[in-house]
Design a protein around this ligand. Structure first.
Ligand code: ADP
Ligand code: MG
Length: 250
């Protein structure tokens, strides 16, 4: 479904963040990317999403080479990524946060529409219906008019996933969805992702929380110093003591 083949990334200053890394996200699965800080996990997600341009290697989406295409192009082909609630978005309501992801809501009128709920309702009924259905699934519709910044850490993550889902993606990349989430609420994110996978959505997951990786991931890659150290089923990967002690922080 989505793969990186022997990709290398050199940042300005000459630092080689990725050195010939290859990963495959199979359709309908959740693929985990784990490894120590600085291993290149987020960089690899950037390469997959089109935000980071590799100096070598290629990216394939549905078998097609897409290395030269940017994030917007890839998003139109069904590749979405969650992004953290920014300071600007925190002051918008929960509903507005989901609506900003709608492609035809982009453009000059977005802000004026956002500030006028009546105009939004008149012109964007379909988008609102879709947003409502998504928010109801994660029990956030009751908070539709609350500023997104007032949500709990876990609710923010669910909101970020809903925003990505507005684009009807086939693939969703999530970078550390457990960050800032109370451990007792991580189950809600796990359940939502499992439900979406059951409906056919493919996921890539960068995550430090090994409980979440174990529950969600069908396949795991361990990245270290810009290279894939090992890959396999979670249980097999952590059975590798070198991985467990040196790279999982376990
Ligand atoms: P991870 O997500 O596994 O923690 P990253 O992909 O964020 O790792 O970073 C890999 C390495 O690349 C780190 O050493 C980081 O400091 C460096 N790096 C990340 N982004 C940039 C950048 N924009 N410019 C220069 N170096 C970067
Ligand atoms: Mg990272």
């Amino acid at each position: 479904m989505l793969e990186a083949v022997n990709v290398s990334v050199i940042y300005e200053g000459g630092f080689k963040a990725l050195n010939g890394a290859s990963v495959q996200l199979a359709a309908g699965t959740v693929t985990g990317l784990i490894g120590p800080n600085g291993a290149g996990k987020s960089t690899l997600f950037g390469v997959l999403a089109g935000a980071v341009r590799p100096v070598a290697g290629e990216v394939r989406l549905g078998g097609e080479i897409v290395t030269q295409h940017g994030p917007a192009w890839r998003a139109r082909r069904g590749l979405a990524r969650t992004f953290q609630l920014s300071r600007e978005l925190a002051s918008l309501t929960v509903l507005e946060n989901v609506l900003v992801a709608q492609p035809h809501m982009r453009g000059e009128n977005v802000l004026s529409l956002l500030w006028s709920r009546r105009a939004v309702r008149d012109e964007e009924d379909a988008a609102i219906d879709k947003a409502r259905a998504l928010l109801q699934r994660v029990d956030l519709w009751k908070l539709a008019d609350a500023p997104a910044g007032t949500l709990s850490g876990g609710q923010k993550k669910l909101l970020e996933i809903c925003r990505a889902l507005m684009l009807d993606p086939r693939i969703v990349l999530m970078d550390e969805p457990s960050a800032g989430v109370n451990p007792t609420r991580i189950g809600e994110i796990v359940e939502f992702v499992q439900a979406l996978r059951a409906e056919g959505t493919t996921f890539g997951l960068v995550e430090h929380n090994m409980g979440m990786v174990r529950l969600l991931c069908d396949h795991v890659y361990v990245l270290a110093e810009g290279q894939v150290l090992t890959e396999g089923r979670f249980d097999d990967v952590i059975a590798n003591t070198e991985v467990a002690s040196a790279y999982l922080g376990a």
